[in-house]
Design a protein. Structure first.
Length: 641
């Protein structure tokens, strides 16, 4: 019977799939090298253990990618051995494999920013960019070594593939040949289904997903080693990250979340509000937000912000509610955090949203948004329109490309001066937001400042220095204007970025940001180390301007004692910070409970059954339930304004 089996064909198919395993393994090694410290500097045996567990995800990813190639290879037909068909198979094999393989290399770099493997949602941040080609070439130039590795490994892969070619042979017994081919076809398909599911055929279990990688790690960030990027992208196609849940009764949710806020602060004159959102600005960069730091040889790169902080109210224990710029915009302006995906990428973003914009407009504020990139970049223009912002100023309105950085948009210094000139013409009271761009990839500054702001310890430091200087110039000029003394300035980052100090690689220090409130008359001053987050900015500003009507907000006023401090964020799991603890929730059950002082999250207290743990689990569930249900039911506005 052996001579009737297509043994040679199946051997070659197995060899070609084996090559994929080899190169996925090389990619995993390179991924770990590029992100070694961020991944906790795993030792050899720890890496090999994670590598072993990653094989099940490699299997699923490789089978997903090669599904068409495998089906063509096992068709119960003789054309499989024809030379022209083998050339077609060669094209199919490398078209799918090299395209998928390239995504692993993107994560050598991108993982530092989002702290998880890329998913389909990860590409939403560039869907509105008109300069995709420029950005691609910028990435290739900046990280030429990654591109070089990909090209070299691809060439080797093609060479190894060609070492073993299939010979065209006529079957001795066509009836036996085709009959056994049909049997093998269905056997192989069945085995593929089981392998894609994770080696399990039970109906009671679901196919493996990204979350399953966390079963094998000591720290959630190490799931990046176990996973591969093609698997993560494929498994998030057509996945809805926003869906209704029912953990608690509505009464419990309202009691624990308090989604409707109301403050009664008396303000004699409503101030203008200028909200400055700084691109990629981690708390680590600024000395003012690292008081009494124990970091050896610590250096600050923000002399102006440090000086401004001495006359401001600052929060030194603040977190971003997402990892991307568009996450920051929805969190800060409308108090809507992003979890697995950006809120703005869901089908529910295009609804009436009660926000900082709607509250201020109800009081007669004129509103504007400034972003020096191409109009529509990052999806900001679209979301500005959803919120009802009156005027949008982008690169088009600046209308002078002498200040263009060649990649993203207008340098921060000239664009902030442009903003200041527009505010000079604005009728008071006004609310204006600016989103800076110069501390973004590819981390370049104007040629004339190369000597003024030299390279720091990491590539972003010179950009942080430059943006800090641009802010100084903005304030210096604004002080000369009539509107300045009656203006509340708010400074916050959209998210953190590249990390230099090991202290900020610890799990609970990742994606920490500065939050600062400044009024020229000094009414807000001091250092506050309580928990704070981006979604708190909206209710805080509403409180500061003296708005005394009820409004919807998931955050809290940072100058009121009506609500207790907390933080909610998502990084593979939901994390809920409260009191002295943080809990980790996978959407179904609590899987971690840690003290906030345990920055590296090494000591899981989940088996100690603390009363606080169950309270935090309920608070976390209540928040998620209210978030999901209000978004889906289009209840982000009570239509009061």
């Amino acid at each position: 019977m052996r001579k009737y089996f297509r043994v040679e064909e199946y051997k070659i198919l197995a060899f070609r799939l084996f090559l994929a395993y080899v190169f996925y393994g090389i990619a995993r090694i390179l991924f770990t090298i590029y992100n070694f410290e961020l991944l906790g500097s795993p030792g050899l045996f720890e890496f090999l253990r994670l590598y072993y567990h990653g094989l099940i995800f490699d299997t699923a990813g490789i089978l997903y990618v090669n599904m068409i190639f495998i089906l063509f290879s096992i068709l119960p037909l003789r054309i499989n051995t024809w030379n022209i068909f083998q050339k077609f198979q060669f094209f199919i094999y490398f078209l799918f494999n090299l395209t998928a393989y390239a995504t692993n290399f993107i994560d050598f770099i991108y993982f530092k920013y989002i702290l998880t493997r890329s998913t389909l949602a990860s590409f939403e941040s560039i869907q509105h960019e008109s300069n995709k080609v420029i950005l691609l070439f910028s990435f290739i130039i900046s990280y030429w070594h990654v591109f070089f590795l990909f090209i070299v490994l691809s060439i080797i892969w093609v060479y190894l593939y060609r070492l073993w070619n299939l010979k065209n042979k006529k079957p001795q017994n066509p009836f036996a040949y085709y009959g056994l081919s049909i049997v093998c076809f269905f056997v192989i398909i069945t085995l593929m289904v089981g392998a894609i599911r994770g080696g399990d055929f039970k109906k009671s279990t679901r196919p493996i997903n990204m979350v399953d990688a966390n079963r094998h790690v000591n720290s959630s960030i190490q799931a990046g080693i176990v996973l591969n990027t093609p698997f993560c992208i494929i498994r998030t196609i057509n996945k809805k990250s926003v869906k209704k849940v029912e953990y608690l009764s509505n009464e419990e949710v309202i009691q624990l979340v308090k989604p409707i806020k109301q403050y009664d602060r008396k303000v004699h004159e409503k101030p203008n509000v200028v909200l400055i959102i700084i691109e990629s600005y981690g708390r680590e960069y600024s000395g003012a937000f690292n008081p009494d730091t124990k970091i050896k040889d610590y250096k600050s790169y923000t002399p102006f912000v440090d000086s401004l902080a001495q006359h401001s109210l600052i929060f030194t224990n603040a977190y971003a509610n997402g990892y991307k710029s568009i996450h920051g915009m929805s969190s800060i302006l409308s108090g809507i955090p992003s979890f697995k995906d950006a809120f703005t990428s869901t089908p529910y973003a295009n609804q009436k949203i009660e926000s900082l914009v709607s509250v201020l407009k109800s009081l007669g504020y004129h509103t504007s948004f400034f972003h020096g990139a191409e109009n529509g970049s990052m999806g900001f223009l679209g979301y500005s329109n959803i919120l009802g912002i009156d005027k949008y100023f982008g690169r088009n309105e600046y209308n002078n490309d002498t200040g263009f950085d060649g990649y993203w948009g207008i340098w921060d210094e000239p664009f902030l001066q442009f903003m200041k000139e527009k505010l000079d013409e604005e009728k008071e009271p006004f609310f204006s937001t600016v989103f800076t761009i110069s501390s973004h990839e590819p981390y370049i500054i104007p040629e004339k400042y190369k000597e003024t702001f030299p390279e720091g310890d990491i590539i972003i430091h010179k950009c942080v220095r430059y943006t800090d200087y641009a802010l100084r110039r903005f304030f210096d000029e604004a002080k000369k204007e009539h509107w300045y003394n009656n203006t509340l300035f708010v400074l916050v980052a959209d998210h953190a970025n590249l990390i230099y100090y090991p202290e900020y690689r610890k799990a609970l220090n990742i994606n920490t940001i500065p939050i600062l409130f400044h009024h020229p008359d000094g009414r807000y001053n001091g250092i506050n180390n309580l928990l704070a987050q981006q979604i708190d900015i909206y209710p805080t500003i509403v409180d500061m301007i003296g708005f005394n009507k009820p409004f919807r907000s998931w955050g809290r006023s940072l100058i009121s004692d009506q609500e207790e401090p907390f933080v909610v964020r998502y990084s593979g799991y939901y994390y809920y910070f409260y009191d002295k603890y943080v809990c980790c929730f996978d959407g179904e059950k609590l899987i971690g409970f840690y003290e906030l002082s345990d920055k590296s999250m090494k000591n899981n207290l989940i088996n100690e059954n603390k009363e606080m743990m169950f309270l935090m689990e309920k608070r976390c569930k209540a928040f998620i339930q209210d978030y999901m249900n209000k978004i889906i039911d289009s209840k982000l506005s009570e239509n009061r304004f």
